[in-house]
Design a protein around this ligand. Structure first.
Ligand SMILES: C[S@@+](CC[C@H](N)C(=O)[O-])C[C@H]1O[C@@H](n2cnc3c(N)ncnc32)[C@H](O)[C@@H]1O
Length: 161
């Protein structure tokens, strides 16, 4: 997921919901010192654990909904790439709308939003709804092939703004 998402020209990269940091571990070796990278995690205990494991990563203990304000802490206009670990299929429609609106507000045209989702997501009403919202918000959306060795199997949606 991370390999397919980060481009060498990206200078601003954000991770949503890093949790235990499984994507962070893949992101860090792929970015250099000139890249602005930060993560947003809204669960307090999870954020503390994350910060202990990754003390050098800028982490905001906040909701992704606030990314437009969070971005003002950095001297940058837009985000090039967003890697999301959020459980979108567990969110109600209004929350999906608010999180996607905030995402579109900060992502530059041509920027990439990548989010993993479990195999069962297209079977769930909220998962189907999220897929339709991606089509509304992004100019191009594609799904990766299934990663069968993940438990449970998962795949990735890539949206290009
Ligand atoms: C599936 S888990 C994280 C997966 C992650 N890749 C890992 O290695 O643990 C989803 C994470 O998103 C966080 N989260 C959920 N809603 C959020 C929100 N609105 N803003 C920021 N983080 C959120 C949860 O607290 C949780 O840590």
């Amino acid at each position: 997921m991370v390999d397919d998402t980060i481009r060498s020209s990206d200078t601003v990269i954000v991770e949503y919901g890093p949790g235990t940091g499984s994507f962070t571990r893949q992101i860090l070796p792929r970015i250099n010192g000139g890249v602005t990278f930060f993560a947003i995690e809204n669960n307090g205990p999870m954020a503390e654990l994350f910060q202990r494991e990754f003390p050098a990563v800028t982490l905001y203990q906040d909701t992704v909904e606030n990314i437009p304000d969070i971005l003002k802490n950095h001297d940058v206009a837009h985000v090039d790439c967003i890697i999301s670990g959020l459980p979108w299929a567990a969110f109600d429609s209004e929350l999906q709308d608010r999180l996607l609106a905030a995402t579109i507000e900060v992502l530059r045209p041509g920027g990439i939003f990548a989010t993993f989702t479990y195999i069962q997501s297209p079977l769930l009403p909220a998962g189907r709804r999220f897929r339709k919202k991606l089509d509304v918000h992004f100019s191009h959306v594609r799904a990766s092939s299934m990663v069968w060795n993940n438990l449970p199997p998962a795949f990735v949606y890539y949206g290009t703004r």
